[in-house]
Design a binder for this molecule. Structure first.
Ligand SMILES: Cc1cc2nc3c(=O)[nH]c(=O)nc-3n(C[C@H](O)[C@H](O)[C@H](O)COP(=O)(O)OP(=O)(O)OC[C@H]3O[C@@H](n4cnc5c(N)ncnc54)[C@H](O)[C@@H]3O)c2cc1C
Length: 392
């Protein structure tokens, strides 16, 4: 048993950290202020191999592991949550469904550009009337000759409207099952398909440098072979996709909580009040000590879940164990990150409320961690069900 990442993982962490400090940190405040998605950064992340970590070499990836992806997301998240979610969603929601469920042709068509950072893909699950209850999707797709015709709308879709977005995986009702429930399937809709409209970017509380749009589909026709995996498997596809995504969001939250801890320690040691550093006061130092505990717990839960995910990929663990670990990690880490930003802002006093300091941006960026890829309530639902409780 070991509680350490491998030397390879730690070496890789240093590489990503250097990249984050050199290429991301100097611009993070400006991108945030301008609400600008830094599209020019995506190929540079691709050059570093970040999008191809879980992708086999034949499609341009390095066939590393899910743990490496979490390391990269954590390190980017320490300096810029928007860039961290761009990677997390780019791989977890963009590449992952195609890699896991796509045909050979689909993988060959889409993955090389996505891995290189020449393109981004998105995952359109949430709808204006179907979020936590994602199975209530209203978007429909009907087979008409050799085409699927998609009609409906999606809400809050990450990476869906960038200048390099190539394709969106959309969940849609494709019929009715024998038990009367909707048959849901995944369909690949290439960017620029007539009838596929990307709505204007949202005005968001945080993640200002991340790309988020509503999407609408009106008589949007794509070839029949754009069906992702088997017809009617869309529900189980998105549940599996979300399990991975939750571990990735947990890593993003660890990065944010760690950044807050670092900022608190530094500021509490240097800021003077009453003739001495504010960290002399137990009222300041003890919450920072509590934060160190929360960060450590979040990191352990996250990397245990990532390890289980890698074990699952090797056929040594089952999906139920991964699902539970992912929900546990995401629930704890996102809560810890929100608390961490609240504390950091408090430790910084008035300066913490000013955009000159990253903690103000961290405070705005944190809240979404408790919402995206399943809210905290949904994580509790998953965990309670995993415990065998008959929760509705
Ligand atoms: C910036 C951003 C990026 C996103 N990116 C994507 C993306 O790329 N792809 C995608 O498909 N989606 C994306 N989402 C959507 C996100 O996953 C949903 O917002 C989230 O799952 C919640 O759904 P909802 O907003 O419809 O809230 P609702 O489902 O309406 O929930 C509202 C509240 O009710 C609570 N609630 C609902 N049902 C229950 C219940 N049974 N028990 C207890 N409480 C309950 C929820 O926890 C929540 O607090 C993104 C969202 C944001 C804000």
């Amino acid at each position: 048993m070991t509680f350490e990442l491998s030397k390879e993982h730690e070496d890789f962490r240093r590489v990503v950290r250097e990249f984050a400090l050199a290429e991301v940190a100097p611009h993070a405040a400006e991108w945030d202020e301008q609400h600008r998605f830094p599209v020019e950064l995506v190929p540079r992340m691709g050059d570093l191999g970040l999008f191809g970590l879980v992708v086999p070499e034949e499609f341009g990836g390095s066939d590393a592991d899910f743990t490496s992806l979490c390391v990269a997301i954590e390190e980017l998240g320490r300096v810029d949550q928007s860039v961290g979610i761009t990677l997390s969603a780019g791989v977890g929601l963009g590449i992952n469904p195609i890699l896991t469920f796509g045909s050979r042709e689909q993988k060959e068509r889409w993955l090389p550009d996505l891995v290189a950072g020449r393109a981004l893909a998105a995952f359109g699950l949430t709808e204006p009337e179907a979020g936590s209850d994602a199975g209530a999707t209203r978007t429909r797709a009907r087979l008409d000759g050799d085409s699927w015709v998609v009609d409906g709308a999606k809400a809050f879709i990450t990476n869906s409207g960038t200048p390099i977005t190539s394709v969106v995986t959309v969940t849609a009702r494709t019929g009715e099952r024998a038990d009367g429930k909707p048959e849901i399937s995944g369909i690949l809709v290439p960017a620029g398909t007539p009838g596929f409209t990307v709505e204007p970017a949202y005005r968001k509380l945080g993640w200002h440098a991340s790309d988020t749009h509503g999407l609408s589909f009106s008589n949007c026709r794509v070839p029949a072979e754009n069906l992702l995996g088997e017809r009617g498997r869309g529900f189980s596809q998105f549940l599996a996709t979300l399990d991975d995504g939750r571990i990735a969001i947990s890593a993003l939250a660890v990065g944010l909580a760690q950044a807050c801890l670092d900022a608190c320690v530094e500021y509490a040691g240097s800021r003077q009040a009453f003739g001495r550093p504010i960290g002399v006061n137990q009222g300041v130092a003890f919450p920072v000590a509590d934060l160190a505990v929360a960060v450590e717990a979040a990191r352990l839960l996250t990397y245990k879940a990532a390890w289980l995910r890698d074990e699952q990929a090797a056929g040594r663990r089952g999906s139920a164990e991964v699902k539970q670990a992912a929900a546990l990690a995401k629930l704890h880490s996102s809560t810890a990150a929100v608390e961490a930003t609240r504390l950091a802002t408090q430790v910084f006093g008035g300066a913490g409320f000013m955009e000159e300091y990253p903690v103000a941006r961290f405070y705005r960026d944190a809240k979404i961690l408790e919402i995206g890829e399943g809210t905290s309530e949904v994580q509790r639902m998953v965990i309670a069900r995993g415990l065998g409780l008959p929760v509705a």
